[in-house]
Design a protein around this ligand. Sequence first.
Ligand code: FAD
Ligand code: SF4
Ligand code: SF4
Length: 477
Amino acid sequence: MTRKMLQFTRLDQKQPDKRAATARKGDFGEISLAFDLDRAGDQASRCEQCGIPFCQIGCPLGNNIPDWLMLNAQGRMEEAYAMSAATNTFPEICGRICPQDRLCEGKCVLEQSTHEAVTIGAIEKHVTEFAFAQGWVHPPRPHKELAQSIGIIGGGPGGLAAAEALRKKGYQVTVYDRHDRMGGLLIYGIPGFKLEKSVVERRTQLLAQAGIKLETGIHVGVDVSLAELRDRHDAVLIATGVYKGRELGIKGDKLPGIHAALDYLITQNKVGLGDSVAAYDDGTLNAKGKDVVVIGGGDTAMDCVRTAIRQGAKSVKCLYRRDRANMPGSQREVAHAEEEGVEFVWMAAPTEVLGTDKVSGVKSVRMHLGVADASGRQAPEPIDGSDFELKADMVIKALGFDPEDMHSLFGEKRLDVTRWGTLVMDERTHMTTLDGVFAAGDIVRGASLVVWAIKDGRDAALSIDRYIKAKSRIAAE
Ligand code: FAD
Ligand code: SF4
Ligand code: SF4
């Protein structure tokens, strides 16, 4: 079926239906239902086909959004898929977990003109899922095999996007990851209710079928050194992400019952994938029947509170020092959490974790927003005498992540880092301060987004290709 475009005056925005909160609280399945063919086509036909598509500017990958919306509206699904896959390595993943309200959809002119944005993310997911169902998605096949090999440290979205792009060009690619599964935070950080793990594993299988060697359980810097990988490969890409969770730094913050957000989320994801995890089985990292307090206001905190609800916690509270409007997490995720029964304690900060041999509560103080700093953000300040206590037998720290110490991990002093511990790289070439060693994703940007890691991985792959070709030319002269 073909449709005319510019239907936004006739058709309202309709995001895919969500499962009811009562049903979705009982499992870790995705909460959004899929679009059917008709609704996706109708929603795509709302697009104005702007001459200057602001949606595309808001997408880190510069996706050709108006073009694949039009192809979808016209029922030309195979072309829509090809167009979408040309700029995005994992469109069905971005369609699910990009914070579209801050990216493509936030910039859509329909959103700006109060008609509500085109549902770009949901349509991107629909187009690729339709392509998978039709058998149109194949492993990348190189036109010719090249002798040179690339070693990629880290099998998250940054590393895997680079691996796919390099393999397409014919390079021999090996990805090393210290976990027992590939995917990085896609597999072990982000919970199944946002991104089902079968979606990630389907992609990993395609990469393996393409001939990319996926070496799990290899901790670079421990099992093999960076120097050895540089000897083994013609170029190396570091895409190791950021994993050092920030500490509370208050009295009682080492009591049993306090956990780092990632330890908690990784455990649940492993259990969901069918693994047996002792810390879950013995109740340490299981919120069932507990009063849980999660400290932080970002997307990781939202993932923790919603995981605790699904594990059957008695109560779940999220403690954040700013207000709702000033939290870093997505408003959509806060709304989902509230629907599922999470209680938000805004404008409050912890001052002490209470308990003798284990956590029994969190002492907190009310905050108000003070004078704005140079960035324009108001600093939260405590209100004297406003102390209060929250009951808790499990406290989860979700305060953000910093990079691990790159120098002690890789034993290479010439690998320069910024004052935040992220890797220094040349913006143009993606090369670090070590010849032939490139970097991509969170280890360069600090904790960021999947779509940015994909963009970095794709860009780094182009630079690595140029570097290897230039080296071959010089060797031939
Ligand atoms: P990662 O995904 O972190 O992958 C790095 C990989 O490197 C890991 O597999 C790690 O095991 C491996 N590694 C590290 N060191 C070594 C070593 N020395 N040797 C071998 N392997 C190593 N972004 C979104 O866009 N949407 C979301 O909804 C979202 N939700 C999130 C929820 C949580 C809980 C978290 C923590 C992050 C979330 N993010 C989200 C952010 C997003 O996941 C990251 O920005 C993205 O995964 C970064 O990709 P990366 O490839 O740089 O690193
Ligand atoms: Fe939007 Fe993300 Fe897709 Fe870009 S990749 S169009 S930002 S959902
Ligand atoms: Fe279509 Fe919105 Fe993009 Fe304009 S900004 S091309 S209306 S999706």
